[in-house]
Design a protein around this ligand. Structure first.
Ligand code: ATP
Length: 264
């Protein structure tokens, strides 16, 4: 691998006595798509949030594009501009229409002028297939459309990497496909992506690597085939079997309290 786009080194994060991340080492190459999977509470979101400094690591180092972002002297705003983040909840501004949702951060943070911000907004709405919704307000859009607007808003900032924190978990099942299709296209365009998800089809078909977290450490890291089809640990196998076959999870419910809850 040439210089990794994201490098996490011996990362620890505690909230009070709760030692959530217990020594994470992870490298993500340029253009690589890495899915992060694991039981509830294993630290997946905390890891993602440490990579864009929404959480401050307790100890350890994080590098993005070769810059140590955990360096106390780093310009945090400049770092955040290089990292696009998409959350489970879309976090759109309800009082602004779709175009304004995309132009406001560009104008405020990147100081782009109105015409340039509008042009880049239009380009990125087209990228997520929502050009016809440019003047709509978030409340008139489906959850899937709102999430695609949130992705377009992040892309309009021109990030080097995109982080996704369970981007489809808040969506009705019939709306998930459109969002995953946009993410699949981004992957094909060569975007570096770190995706916390329980969408196993995406992990199997789109990810270059799957990382499995358990108890604040990475316990599996390999190709989707290695981790999903042939996990090294019994706990991983058990958790994944419940994700891959929810019907089986229902049958097993109550027979094991060894693993965290599967995705809802
Ligand atoms: N801001 C916070 N303050 C205190 N504790 C936190 C905070 N954020 C996360 N935690 C704790 O850290 C642990 C890991 O949470 P995290 O959200 O990273 O897990 P996760 O693997 O993403 O879980 P899920 O799949 O349920 O989202 C949990 O015990 C959680 O309560």
């Amino acid at each position: 691998m040439t210089q990794p786009e994201i490098r996490v080194q011996d990362l620890h994060k505690s909230f009070g006595d709760n030692h959530v991340l217990r020594g994470i080492d992870l490298e993500i190459g340029h253009g690589e798509v890495v899915c992060v999977i694991g039981p509830s509470g294993s630290g997946k979101s905390t890891l993602l949030r440490c990579v864009n400094l929404l959480e401050e690591p307790s100890t350890g180092e994080v590098f993005v594009g070769g810059t140590e972002i955990t360096d106390p002297d780093v310009d945090i705003d400049a770092v955040r501009r290089r990292i696009g983040m998409v959350f489970q909840q879309f976090n759109l501004f309800p009082h602004l229409n779709v175009t304004e949702n995309l132009t406001l951060p560009q104008r405020r943070v990147l100081r782009r002028d109105k015409a340039q911000a509008a042009r880049i907004a239009a380009e990125n709405l087209a990228r997520v297939g929502l050009s016809e919704k440019a003047d709509a307000y978030p409340s008139s859009l489906s959850g899937g459309q709102q999430q695609r607007v949130a992705i377009a808003r992040a892309l309009a900032m021109g990030p080097e990497v995109m982080l996704f924190d369970e981007p489809t978990s808040a969506l009705d099942p019939e709306l998930v496909g459109d969002v995953l299709a946009v993410m699949r296209r981004l992957a094909e365009e060569g975007m570096t992506m770190m995706v916390v998800t329980h969408e196993m089809t995406f992990a199997r078909e789109v990810a270059d690597r799957v990382v499995f977290m358990d108890g604040g450490v990475i316990v599996e890291d390999g190709t989707p085939d290695q981790v999903i089809a042939r996990p090294r640990h019994e706990r991983t196998r058990h958790f994944l079997s419940r994700l891959l076959d929810p019907a089986m999870a229902e049958v097993e419910e109550g027979t094991s309290d060894q693993v965290g809850k599967p995705a809802q």
